[in-house]
Design a protein around this ligand. Structure first.
Ligand SMILES: Cc1cc2nc3c(=O)[nH]c(=O)nc-3n(C[C@H](O)[C@H](O)[C@H](O)COP(=O)(O)OP(=O)(O)OC[C@H]3O[C@@H](n4cnc5c(N)ncnc54)[C@H](O)[C@@H]3O)c2cc1C
Length: 416
């Protein structure tokens, strides 16, 4: 059933008799051409583009819990393409272009809201770095605007300007950046993939990888073995665990990062805002809650929960920037496991095992990458060769000294 205003009106008149589940719950088949491990945004997007762009629909997405139960359903929904280095700029800008057409493509309202992403600067040196990044973005065809103190003040009058510990000098604004509703993205890709024949298999943990003579031939799961010609890993914070099943050690560490949402208030902040002098960023959800977050908890973990010292650090940053925030109550607070690569940039590549592909290393910022990541990973898996857009995201770049050290963006905690 195609979703539209007409369908909605028609169903309303008929008492909503014909709505079907948005995707099926199939039993796993004995064999698929491709098995994607991980039903987050990246895994589902990969499956969708495998079917749409490459005509491969004998594909399963195998998820240990429910789809979106990982970081896809836990992030703070920011999308942007304000990167400095060419490899990242091109990739994230392609993602932004896919976001801009995603609702029409998926026939699903993923609530893309291009409300702008504003990174604040608090020193002359930081402003110079932002000017450099903004220039690089514009040279690469990405929109960027450097704002001075008074322009920021006109936009966000409620921040602390006059008595501030970290005076606001200006900011770098990407107007086309913004937010998208994270779980709608998961559901939209799931529904669109299902409509193209992809099997989405939930509650099916992958417990082993079947490898013979250096080639993968399937996966072991909690619901029995599944044979596969090719297997793609898109398990974010669990990447090291899955890779270990193939005897691989990845240049990735898993860390916890937390996020928070306050009680709903009237519209107050109409962009995504990042503090440049501490670990804090914030936006407002369509329901009115202020959604905010900050830095990593600072130790390796596979637990989806964080600790109070980090909560204190994040709230301190928030109140230093915006004192009025201290009057709001936090309603919910959670954590997710993120896959930190050593240079802050992702990996989309073949592995040394034939037929086994890796999509990982998304650090704090993989939500915005979801469309391009799926698009590129599907290309790699279908053709067994990288697309130029992600050719630099190689697994061996750390050994080869070809790191993409985007520390001004990718690994910078307060610039999600
Ligand atoms: C608090 C927080 C805030 C964030 N904010 C932002 C932001 O504002 N903007 C941004 O761009 N990014 C943000 N991120 C990062 C972003 O959410 C992730 O980089 C991205 O979601 C990772 O890709 P994914 O969606 O496929 O991962 P996930 O949703 O984590 O998908 C991986 C899936 O693999 C499954 N899995 C794991 N092991 C197995 C197994 N053995 N068998 C089967 N399935 C398995 C998991 O259950 C999970 O569903 C944030 C992350 C967190 C935690």
């Amino acid at each position: 059933m195609k979703y539209s205003a007409f369908t909605l009106a028609y169903e309303a008149l008929r008492g909503h008799a014909d709505w079907k589940p948005a995707w099926r719950e199939p039993e796993p088949k004995a064999e698929y051409d491709v098995v994607i491990v991980g039903g987050g945004g990246h895994g589902l997007a990969t499956a969708y583009y495998l079917a749409k762009e490459h005509g491969l629909s004998n594909v399963a997405v195998v998820e240990k819990g429910w789809i979106g139960s990982g970081n896809a359903g836990r992030n703070t929904t920011i999308i942007r393409s304000n990167y400095l280095l060419p490899a990242n700029t091109q990739f994230y800008e392609w993602s932004m272009k896919l976001w801009e057409g995603l609702e029409r493509d998926l026939n699903y309202n993923v609530m893309v809201s291009q409300r702008g992403v504003l990174n604040l600067c608090h020193s002359d040196a930081q402003r110079d770095a932002f000017a450099r990044r903004g220039n690089a973005m514009r040279l690469n065809g990405v929109d960027a605007q450097l704002l001075d103190h008074s322009e920021v003040r006109a936009m966000l009058p409620f921040l602390d300007y006059d008595n501030a510990r970290f005076p606001i000098r200006g900011g770098l604004l990407q107007r086309r950046g913004g937010t998208a509703r994270h779980d709608a993205v998961v559901w939209g890709y799931a529904r669109a993939a299902d409509r193209r024949g992809i099997d989405i298999i939930q509650n099916c943990e992958v417990t082993g990888l079947t490898i013979r003579n250096g080639r993968i031939s399937g996966v072991e799961t909690a619901r029995g073995p599944i044979r596969a010609g090719k297997v793609g890993l898109a398990v974010a914070g669990n990447s090291s665990r899955l890779a270990a099943m193939a005897g691989l050690r990845l240049p990735i560490e898993s860390h916890v990062i937390q996020a928070f949402v306050t009680e709903g208030v009237k519209p107050v902040v109409d962009c995504v805002l990042t503090f440049g002098a501490g670990h804090f960023y914030i936006s407002q959800s369509d329901k009115g809650g202020l959604v905010f977050g900050g830095d990593l908890d600072g130790y390796n973990s596979y637990a989806q929960r964080g600790n109070l010292p980090t909560v204190e650090d994040i709230v301190e940053g928030g109140v230093a920037l915006w004192p009025g925030l201290g009057r709001l109550r936090v309603l919910r607070h959670w954590g997710g496991i993120i896959d930190m690569s050593m240079d802050g940039s992702p990996i989309i590549d073949r592995t040394p095992i034939d037929g086994l592909y890796l999509n990982a290393g998304w650090c704090y910022g993989g939500f915005k990458a979801t469309p391009a990541s799926g698009w590129c990973f599907a290309h790699l898996i279908a053709r067994d060769e990288p697309h130029p857009l992600h050719a630099a995201f190689r697994l061996d770049r750390f050994a080869a000294g070809m790191v993409i050290d985007e520390k001004g963006q990718g690994a910078q905690p307060n610039l999600h």
